[in-house]
Design a protein around this ligand. Structure first.
Ligand SMILES: [Zn+2]
Length: 184
């Protein structure tokens, strides 16, 4: 091993972008409750035009926001009957495809769910797995955390839940061919 190999060198500059997403939904009677692509077996659900998956919606907005590619409401209008009861993981995949078309790939996502119920921990692993698949990243690049609101406000009263997400995107290499081809 020569000296040159032992020296640190400047990293290859990889452009990155960071986006934030927020979503909230009200609880309504009748389960299951869809969150992070997982059907949680409880007797209430998240009210929404789609399946109400607030994690998927927050992550979708974070990804779109990172590259200023609009938001979930623009991509999937809640006035469009085609979006009624829609699988939000499918919407997330569409957002991943949209940013990929612009030459960006998801590197990492971090999510916080603020809710008095349901408990996130028992479903966390499955949520991470579902999200990672949709995001085309390793499971180690997806984080889902649950917090209560310490009984305060509308979340504390159990009226609904909120999610926050941060996504980091990296510029895809044009060497991979796929990026340029899909950008036409
Ligand atoms: Zn939503």
């Amino acid at each position: 091993m020569n000296d040159a190999q032992n020296e640190y060198s400047m990293p290859v500059h990889v452009p990155t972008r960071t986006g934030i997403g927020y979503d909230s939904h009200r609880f309504a009677p009748g389960g299951p409750l869809i969150l992070g692509g997982v059907a949680i077996p409880v007797d209430e659900h998240l009210k929404g035009h789609s399946d109400g998956d607030a994690i998927a919606h927050a992550v979708t907005d974070a990804i779109l926001g990172a590259v200023a590619a609009g938001d979930i409401g623009q991509m999937f209008a809640d006035t469009d009957p085609a979006n009624a009861g829609r699988d939000s993981i499918e919407m997330l995949r569409a957002a991943v495809a949209r940013v990929r078309d612009r030459g960006w790939g998801v590197a990492q996502v971090d999510v916080t769910v603020v809710a008095e119920r349901p408990r996130i921990l028992p479903y966390r692993e499955l949520m991470v797995s579902r999200l990672a698949l949709a995001l085309e990243v390793d499971e180690q690049d997806v984080s889902v955390k649950g917090k209560t609101n310490e009984g305060m406000g509308w979340i504390g009263r159990g009226e609904g839940l909120a999610c926050m997400a941060v996504a980091t995107l990296v510029r895809l290499s044009t060497d991979q061919g796929k990026t340029d081809a899909s950008r036409g």
